[in-house]
Each structure stands twice: as structure tokens, then as C-alpha cells.
Design a protein. Structure first.
Length: 193
């Protein structure tokens, strides 16, 4: 692995676990095991590292969405893949919350210029979920349904982290699966999301 890539991956992890503002150059250099001089050869500012971390997250998200496209036999299965990330990542969620939500919240508080770019990960999920709901014949309310799934997953991650409650995650995922199935009925009784 190249040093620059190693720095970005270590920074990504530290920004998630400690927060962007509370992570220093020294923290990242120590995690990678390089001198500060070698570190500065690759990145001049913390904002440069943040930009690279967001690029990494965007690339990883695109890769994950492509993988779900291949894994899921139907749009319903693919949406379930998205919902399942709450279970797959529950250990980290309990400790740190959602990596996308925590970073965007922190950058919003800082009124940081990178907020819009960091929020682009949510936009990738939103657009992808819209496509899945459209494929399920929900053209008219695809965006509303996509936003509901995003909002619900963010709420679950936030509350699970606040209460350190693994059972809560599992129960909410089960309820989201049931909600999804209800949306796929020929005439869903409750279109409110």
C-alpha cells in the first residue's frame, strides 16, 4: 500500500472515531507510523486530508452500490442490502454512530467548506434508493420513500449510539423490512412515510 493511501485510510478511521476537529496531524502520522515531515510531503493541510477522505468515502460508496446491484436479484433485495448495513456495521455504529452522518453533522457545526462534498455520500444513497423504488413501480413517490429510508437509518444509528443498544438496531431493521414489504403491496394502505 502506498503511503498516501495509508494516510487517507488512517485519517478516515480517526475522523470517524475521534471526529475531524479532534484529530491532529500527529494522530494520523502516529497511526500510519511515519514522521511528520513525510506526512507533510503528502498533505499540506488538514483540509487536504479531509478532501481525500471524502473522495475515498465516495469511491467506497459507489463500489458498495455496484456490489448491491450485482447481489440483489430484485430492487426489493437491493433496498434490503441498504437497510442491512445497520446490522453489518452495528458494532461501529454503537460506538461512533454513522460515519456519513457524524462527519456531515460535525462539518455543519464548523460551517466547513467541505460540507456539501461530504453530503454527496448521502446524495449517492438517495439517488440509488430512488432508482430502486422506481424499479418497483413507485415513480411518483420514489424520492419520498428514499428519503424515508435514509432518515430512518440515520435515526436508528444516532439512537443506537446514544443508548448503546444492539437490540434496538435489530428491531428497527426488522421493522424497516416490514415497512418495505408494505410499500410493495399493489395498493399500499398507508402511503405516508
Amino acid at each position: 500500500m502506498h503511503t498516501r493511501q495509508h494516510i487517507v485510510e488512517a485519517a478516515d478511521q480517526l475522523f470517524y472515531e475521534q471526529g475531524f476537529e479532534h484529530t491532529s496531524f500527529a494522530d494520523i502520522a502516529a497511526a500510519v507510523g511515519i514522521s511528520r515531515g513525510n506526512f507533510y510531503y503528502h498533505f499540506k493541510t488538514k483540509d487536504d486530508i479531509l478532501d481525500a477522505v471524502i473522495d475515498l468515502r465516495l469511491a467506497n460508496t459507489r463500489r458498495m452500490l455496484a456490489q448491491w446491484e450485482q447481489q440483489g436479484d430484485s430492487a426489493r433485495d437491493r433496498i434490503r442490502c441498504f437497510i442491512h448495513i445497520l446490522i453489518a456495521n452495528q458494532g461501529k455504529i454503537l460506538l461512533y454512530g454513522c460515519p456519513v452522518g457524524t462527519l456531515t453533522s460535525e462539518l455543519a457545526k464548523l460551517d466547513h467548506a467541505a460540507l456539501t462534498k461530504a453530503g454527496a455520500v448521502f446524495t449517492l444513497f438517495r439517488n440509488w434508493l430512488q432508482q430502486q423504488f422506481r424499479a418497483l413501480g413507485r415513480e411518483q413517490d420514489a424520492d419520498q420513500l428514499a428519503m424515508h429510508v435514509l432518515a430512518r437509518s440515520q435515526g436508528v444509528a444516532t439512537l443506537a449510539s446514544a443508548f448503546h443498544d444492539q437490540t434496538f438496531i435489530q428491531n428497527e431493521v426488522t421493522q424497516l423490512y416490514h415497512w418495505l414489504d408494505d410499500q410493495l403491496q399493489p395498493n399500499p394502505g398507508n402511503k405516508e412515510v
